[in-house]
Design a protein around this ligand. Structure first.
Ligand code: 1BN
Ligand code: ZN
Length: 315
């Protein structure tokens, strides 16, 4: 047995021990957890949407015309600005039962090349309810958080159509909900877009409302276009989210209606079953603890897939 053979042998053993040590170290050190936003920039990050909703709700009661509503608008605009795209405001006077109120929709557009457009919308105002500290975490907060995160996704999404993200003011009625006392922002924008020709290019408008409820069950709104409802159900089933979407249609009034009445293909995604017997709706109990990031993830994934599907269509 030569000396060199023995040293070769010990070198081999040493190398094996070293490899074993490296393998052990690798199994013991945890890999950094990938945040969902590092997976892909066009992935909807519901934790971010939830945080945005919480931040919006922290502005307090935010009815149209209030100081908090104005501050919230400034905050939304500041958040959207770095995303690029064409950011604008649509200022108008809402003629309410208690007098005129200055209101403002916020519009972000990512122009495409197809000559067609898709809009994703929701409201940021909260209802003013006398004697009630109404924060509207789900009703106003969830749509605001959702749209801020969707705007970030849209900024990274390959698209042929113009993508519009619209934050409506004045969704809530000042008094009793009626045709003339409700959806001030969407009525104003539908009329404006009809006049300036934008509406003629709009192939779909997807409105979200009250989509943060922990116990998510999204309506199959009978006032929405059947083909958009069917696409939504098919996408939800494909993503494993079928259980969160009602199959039976039932109609509901919301910010999509002025566009539906103007002939646009619309879809309203709303969970109008908030708390036992809808007990949290328009109540002081509509607070952040009733919401979950998972519900925002379900709706976010479905809306992203739906927009991708609609955008890829050759019409
Ligand atoms: C949704 C949230 N809505 C108001 N806040 C619209 C609505 C109004 C739904 C009346 C049902 C009845
Ligand atoms: Zn409401």
């Amino acid at each position: 047995m030569s000396k060199s053979f023995r040293s070769n042998e010990s070198r081999t053993i040493l190398a094996a021990k070293l490899l074993l040590f490296i393998a052990l170290v690798y199994t013991l050190i945890p890999l950094p957890v990938k945040s969902s936003s590092t997976i892909s920039p066009s992935h909807f990050d519901a934790v971010r949407a939830f945080t945005y909703a919480k931040e919006a709700v922290a502005f307090g009661e935010r009815p149209s015309g209030s100081a908090a509503n104005l501050k919230l608008r400034q905050w939304i605009l500041a958040d959207l600005k770095p995303l690029g795209g064409q950011l604008s405001t649509d200022d108008f006077t809402g003629h309410t039962p208690t007098g005129p109120l200055e209101m403002e929709n916020i519009i972000l557009k990512f122009p495409g090349t197809s000559g067609r457009s898709i809009a994703v919308t929701g409201h940021f105002d909260s209802k003013k309810i006398p004697m009630v500290h109404f924060l509207g975490a789900n009703d106003g907060g969830s749509s605001t958080g959702f749209l801020l995160e969707f705007a970030r996704v849209a900024a990274h999404m390959p698209h042929q159509d113009d993508l519009y993200i619209v934050f409506f003011d004045g969704e809530e009625a000042i008094g009793e909900w009626s045709q003339t006392d409700s959806v001030y922002g969407s009525r104003h924008l539908a009329s404006k877009w009809a006049s300036d020709g934008t509406l003629a290019h709009l192939t779909a408008l997807i409105n979200v409302d009250m989509i943060g409820d922990k116990d998510l069950d999204v309506m199959n709104d009978g006032n929405s276009a059947k083909y958009l409802r069917d696409k939504t159900l098919a996408i939800a089933a494909r993503l494993g989210y079928g259980a969160y979407f009602h199959k039976e249609p039932a109609g509901i009034d919301d910010d999509h209606m002025p566009f539906a009445e103007a002939g646009v293909n619309v879809l309203d995604l709303i969970d109008f079953n908030y708390g036992p017997n809808n007990a949290y709706w328009h109540q002081a109990s509509d607070t952040m603890d009733k919401l979950s990031a998972h519900s925002l993830q379900v709706v976010g994934d479905v809306v992203v897939a739906l927009v991708e599907d609609l955008d890829s269509q050759k019409k």
